[in-house]
Structure formats: structure tokens, C-alpha cells
Write a protein that binds this ligand. Structure first.
Ligand SMILES: [Ca+2]
Ligand SMILES: [Ca+2]
Length: 303
């Protein structure tokens, strides 16, 4: 079923109506000989457009505040410190806020995120290594007004139950935070929301009715050029709680963990900001010019 939905590579996507199936915009897309998509996205170690190293120059700012931290189940109080998700990501697996099973949090930004070239922000989890596959997944939603949130279209191609310490195959995950290791943020491109909207309004919408209805209910309230809120929602992936991808397929995720269950958020890096901020060197030049102007004024006024 899932295979048939994703079988065809829509070569005509760019120039024609949005033929089914949905194919991620800008997503690297590999194909096996029989046409089955081998994986989404490049390897974290080689990726420039989807995985962002925490020290990447592409990241211009970090989340500055939070609201609505809703703690899920199976998480000790010592992990419940939302401030740890603010500011720079250090690549420290303990410097996180743990959401717990089914928990969520919304991060805020002094300077709104805007839709610029490529990915616009990156979400950092705390997976121990880039290749281990021990990942805990979450939905990612954005909002302009803090009330209406739109969820990024997401796909999960895995079909097996995942125990407390079992591994995902990251190649089968698309647009869920995060499939990369602790030093890499998972990039999200706001342009994809507009793309998904157009896809929904066209024939051949392969998204689930629930996902489509919720998306359309909120989309008109969201300005992709001014995102003030990013919400991260842990997925309970035991196959019993109804957590599905955008096409309605079960998402499997480590379950039955104790003490620090669910998504571990290190932080969110901003790549494209609404308001331009001068580069540090430019700031220094401006401050220098102001200092000289003051000095000259003092000299003039002494005369
Ligand atoms: Ca973008
Ligand atoms: Ca989970």
C-alpha cells in the first residue's frame, strides 16, 4: 500500500498540475531499480541542505523563549527544564528538555523566522551518534499568531514495532524531527507548506483526510514569511495511540522507555530571519563610526 503510493517519481511535478503522489519539495530522493524510494535525504555527514551542524554558519540565531511546555508521561522532574532548549546548541545530550511520551513544547524567537532560500530553521534532538538510528521522533508545527499551527507534511515508511532501545532506519523518515545525531539539526523549509497547500487543492491528494482537514483549517492563519512559534510534539509510536504520518500510516518510535521518555529537545536554530541583523563586523564598524563622531563632536565643542 505504502509502496504503491510512493512508487512513481513525478518528473512532471514542476511543470504540471500536482499529480499524486506527494513528493517532498527539495527533498533528495533516491530510487532503487524497481522504482521504490530507497531513502529520503542525504546522509547527515554529507548533507548541506537538510542536516545542519550546530556550528554551521547558516544558523544565524537560536530560540529565545518558550511557552506551553506540556510534559508527557515517563519523565523524571530533573529532565523537565524548558530553558535548556533555549540558545545555542552545545551537542551535549544532557543539555535538553525531555518532552515525555506525548509531551510538547513551543519555542519562540525574538526575530521571526521567514521563508528564505532552502531550509529556514533546524531542530536539534540528542541522538548519541549520527548513524545509530536510535532516534525519538516528533511532529514539527509552525505558527504566526501562536494559536493556529500547521504541521509539516511528514512520511514514515517503516513498518515494524520499535522497542525501548531499538533503532529506526533514518532513511525511511521524512520531515519528522529529528533523524540526525546530536550535532546536526534537522532542517525544515517553510516553502514546503505552500507547496503542500497547493498539492491539497489539486487532484490526487494522497494525504489522510484528518491531516488535510487540520492543515486547511489553520493554513490561512499562518504567514510563512513570519513564523513566531515552532511547536514540537512527541510521537507515541507503539502503534496503539493513533500517531500517524501525513498519509495516515502508523509511525513507530521507541516506546516503554522510563525516566526520560520521548523527544529530547536541544534547541532550534534559525537560518532565515525576518529582520536583517548586521554582521558582527558591520556592527563593529558602525560602533566605531559612532565613537569617532562623538570624539569629533567633543573636540569641536571644546574649541
Ligand atoms: Ca525556505
Ligand atoms: Ca516518542
Amino acid at each position: 500500500m505504502k509502496k504503491s503510493i510512493l512508487l512513481t517519481l513525478a518528473a512532471s511535478l514542476a511543470c504540471s498540475a500536482f499529480a499524486a503522489p506527494y513528493l517532498p519539495q527539495n527533498g533528495e530522493y533516491y530510487e532503487t531499480e524497481d522504482g521504490y524510494p530507497l531513502k529520503f535525504g542525504p546522509d547527515a555527514k554529507t548533507a548541506g541542505n537538510v542536516a545542519f551542524h550546530r556550528e554551521s554558519s547558516a544558523i544565524k540565531a537560536w530560540a529565545t523563549g518558550y511557552k506551553d511546555y506540556k510534559v508527557g508521561t515517563n519523565v523524571l522532574e530533573s529532565w523537565q527544564t524548558p530553558e535548556k532548549a533555549l540558545g545555542t546548541v552545545k551537542g551535549d545530550e544532557y543539555d535538553v528538555v525531555v518532552l515525555g511520551d506525548g509531551g510538547s513544547i513551543t519555542l519562540t524567537f525574538d526575530n521571526p523566522i521567514t521563508n528564505g532560500d532552502g531550509c529556514d530553521f533546524a531542530v536539534f534532538e540528542n541522538a548519541f551518534s549520527d548513524k545509530s538510528g536510535f532516534l525519538e521522533l516528533a511532529y514539527v508545527e509552525v505558527s504566526t499568531d501562536g494559536e493556529h499551527f500547521v504541521r509539516f507534511p511528514n512520511l514514515y515508511l517503516g513498518t515494524s514495532y520499535i522497542g525501548p532501545f531499538d533503532s529506526h532506519n533514518p532513511d525511511l523518515i521524512y520531515n519528522l524531527a529529528s533523524k540526525y545525531g546530536k550535532n546536526y539539526g534537522h532542517g525544515f523549509d517553510l516553502a514546503e507548506l505552500e507547496y503542500a497547500y497547493n498539492y491539497m487543492m489539486s487532484e490526487g491528494n494522497e494525504f489522510s483526510a484528518e491531516y488535510t482537514a487540520e492543515f486547511l483549517r489553520n493554513y490561512n492563519y499562518v504567514d510563512i514569511n513570519e513564523i513566531n512559534y515552532v511547536q514540537i510534539i512527541d510521537i507515541i509510536g507503539d502503534g496503539k495511540h493513533g500517531y500517524t504520518d501525513s498519509m495516515g500510516f502508523d509511525i513507530f518510535d521507541p516506546s516503554d522507555c522510563i525516566e526520560s521518555a520521548g523527544f529530547d529537545l536541544q534547541g532550534i536554530g534559525v537560518i532565515n530571519q525576518l529582520h536583517n541583523v548586521p554582521e558582527p563586523s558591520a556592527c563593529a564598524a558602525i560602533l566605531g563610526a559612532i565613537a569617532i563622531a562623538f570624539a569629533l563632536k567633543r573636540r569641536c565643542s571644546k574649541k
